[in-house]
Design a protein around this ligand. Structure first.
Ligand code: GLA
Ligand code: GLA
Length: 667
């Protein structure tokens, strides 16, 4: 049973023909080239507002009518964008309130994109209006298959409207009680008691910026403002085009919005994937990227996601934009599909002639023809994707989850103390993801509020802040047979960055883990302790908790300093499950070795039985197996049985060699 919106892999990307409105022959040439490149889809009209509404209330949809018809005649499916990511000049000139006020308190001038207030009633009304017109006009257009809402929602606004909205948000959050807010923000400290809601302003460099609970509240408010802006945008679309699914493109691990919450409002999650392959083609970058793919797949409830953008060659926004080596984009795209993407899309189809992004990679270069390395690579990939219809809609099966929680990332960033230099929250999550990735074990990346019960193993690196209910959820997971691993600074505070009293981690987690943490040490750069585990010494760097075992089994101890012989790794059997506390940070191979032991102990299976050298990763999606070489040398793999190569239909068995950037897809 297919669970996907499309029955084939979408291959296409951002198409900006409005930039070529005066050269209709280029539109025709685009159709010819799209066919050659095995491109089956185009994402259009992302930043077209000033073309659609050149003056207030004066509309011009004719060009878009023609374009959609042309795409349809040529068999291309359209992902139609709403244009709120950038606005016409007239709009900002006439209604200055739509422009964003930065943290300085100064209103921006017109320019760039994403430069709008999230609260402004006028902007919301204008967005709703243009979206209504788009939906009414194209609701029955046969080419239109999905909505692409705005583009890469991001940023924040500090205008008076947003300040007022923040205060209203806080009233709801704190039961309309300033006493409650003052208590949870610990405002007696430094005499910060608030006596009237109007005294509260957004956190600012030159204002209140030391109240971490307030900064957390602001993060939540900004994130919810984006979601409510989005809900306002899509209201007419849901009403007029209820059958057309809705997505918006997320940006990697951008932490300005709680993507885990936002994703619940989408029919399909999509994200823009720009790995820094040009800085080094290696397995580390591949692992980081895999983590992000898995995070977005998990956010969408495990359903396939879209890789809405990627570059077919270079980008223009690094300081130095090196050309990635040939084959890189193809392998990178296959990786996305292997991890659950039902699309490979580019920014952009045709290079702009002018403007800021004219040297950003595109499928069709300024030369305008198909005889380029990049075009050949894209069309080769397109021909491969056409063979992958079997994976469309298929899911990955993960028995391991890593908690990487957006709200915790904020809390971790804001508190002052211990090691202020090295927080690296998402990096720490990736460090605990990597051992499973290397062993070809599928992992889900979840929030602390997701369901743990379907996993054999849940790993929660640096889970410092616990949202309401999390203590109970961890306890019941372990009690019912789950295996839960956590690390240093675990469960220190509640959702308001408010410390638990009575010893860390908070509440009954001390019983679940059989430990309590008395102190935390931070190690300056160059200083190390070590931990002995399974007869080997592992470095302790940057931070470590000094814990006491209360009935838990001590599996590793510190080797130096006044806390020599204190427990550093504990395991507690609680109910039917096990709770592990790894009290220190290691930036080397401890995490790998420790997780490999867990894999053995709990019989966690790799996706396949195929053996591969380091640098090669293996993923299974549905019945399809993807084997990918991310190393910078040739690698060999040993197949466990006979398979069929999905791309050429030939049978394969035994040993196979993968070239650099090589991959093979098997069934
Ligand atoms: C100074 C201040 C105190 C406190 C300490 C912290 O000494 O006077 O209020 O902030 O620093 O080290
Ligand atoms: C983002 C944006 C695109 C484009 C690309 C360039 O992903 O969504 O509009 O600017 O970056 O890499």
């Amino acid at each position: 049973m297919k669970k996907s919106i499309f029955d084939h892999i979408i291959h296409g990307g951002d198409y900006n023909p409005d930039q070529w409105i005066n050269t209709p022959e280029i539109w025709d040439e685009d159709m010819r080239l799209m066919n050659l490149a095995h491109v089956n889809s185009a994402t259009v009209s992302i930043f077209s507002w000033s073309m659609l509404e050149p003056q207030e209330g004066v509309y011009n949809f004719e060009w878009l009518d023609k374009l959609l018809d042309k795409l349809h005649e040529n068999g291309k499916e359209v992902i139609l964008a709403t244009p709120s990511g950038a606005r016409p000049t007239w709009l900002a000139q006439k209604y200055p309130e739509v422009l964003r006020v930065e943290e300085t308190g100064i209103r921006n001038e017109y320019g760039v994109r994403h430069n709008h207030c999230l609260t402004s009633p006028i902007y919301r009304e204008k967005v709703r209006n243009i979206n209504t017109l788009l939906a009414q006009r194209y609701k029955d257009h046969p080419a239109v298959k999905m909505w692409h809402i705005s583009n890469e929602y991001c940023g924040e606004c500090h205008c008076d409207l947003c300040q007022e909205a923040f205060r209203e948000w806080l009233k709801k959050e704190y039961n309309n009680s300033l006493d409650e807010l003052n208590y949870k923000w610990w405002n007696g400290f430094w005499s910060h008691q608030i006596t009237d809601w109007s005294q509260i302003n957004s956190p600012k460099f030159r204002g209140e910026n030391h109240v971490s609970a307030m900064k957390l509240a602001w993060n939540r408010f900004v994130s919810e403002s984006h979601i409510s802006f989005f809900e306002n945008e899509i209201a007419p679309l849901r009403e007029i085009t209820p059958d057309i699914p809705i997505t918006t493109n997320f940006m990697k691990l951008y932490d300005g919005i709680d993507y885990q919450k936002f994703a619940k409002h989408l029919d399909l999650v999509s994200w823009d994937n720009y790995p820094a392959w040009d800085r080094g083609f290696n397995d580390t970058e591949a692992c980081d990227t895999a983590f992000v793919h898995d995070a977005f797949r998990t956010m969408g409830g495990g359903k396939p996601f879209f890789m809405m953008e990627s570059t077919p060659s270079l980008v223009n926004w690094h300081n130095v934009n090196k050309l990635p080596r040939p084959g890189r984009q193809e392998l990178s795209s296959i990786q996305a599909v292997a991890h659950g993407a039902d699309s490979v899309q580019y920014f952009q189809w045709r290079k702009s002639r002018g403007g800021h992004e004219k040297y950003h990679g595109a499928v069709v270069d300024h030369c305008g023809h198909e005889n380029t390395r990049v075009f050949r690579e894209v069309s080769h990939l397109g021909s491969v994707l056409e063979k992958l219809s079997n994976v469309v809609g298929e899911e990955c099966n993960s028995k391991v989850a890593v908690i990487a929680d957006w709200e915790n990332s904020w809390a971790v960033k804001h508190f002052c103390g211990f090691n202020n230099d090295h927080r690296d929250y998402f990096k720490e999550c990736i460090k605990w993801y990597a051992p499973f990735y290397k062993k070809g074990i599928s992992v889900d990346v979840i929030s602390m509020e997701d369901d743990y019960s379907k996993y054999d193993l849940v790993i929660a690196p640096f889970l410092y802040m616990l949202k309401d209910g999390t203590i109970d959820r961890i306890e019941s997971y372990v009690k019912n047979g789950g295996n839960f691993v956590t690390t240093y600074l675990f469960g220190f505070v509640d959702k308001d960055d408010f410390c638990y009293l009575g010893g860390f981690p908070g509440g009954k987690l001390k019983d679940v883990f059989g430990v309590w943490c008395e102190e935390t040490d931070s190690l300056p750069e160059g200083m190390k302790n070590s931990v002995k585990y399974n007869g080997k010494d592992y470095d302790v760097v940057k931070i470590c908790d000094l814990i006491h075992a209360k009935g838990s089994e001590v599996q590793g101890t510190y080797q130096k300093d006044f806390y020599k012989d204190y427990p550093a790794i504990t395991k507690n059997t609680y109910g039917k499950g096990n709770a592990y506390y790894v009290a220190f940070r290691n930036d080397d191979n401890f995490t790998d070795d420790f997780c490999y032991d867990l894999i053995d102990k709990y019989g966690i299976k790799a996706d396949t039985e195929i053996k591969a050298e380091d640098g090669v990763t293996i993923r299974k999606r549905g019945d399809t197996i993807f084997i990918m070489n991310f190393a910078d040398t040739e690698k060999t793999i040993m197949l466990d049985k006979e398979y069929t190569n999905v791309v050429d239909g030939v049978s394969v068995k035994g040993e196979i060699t993968l070239t650099v950037c090589g991959y093979i897809i098997l069934e």
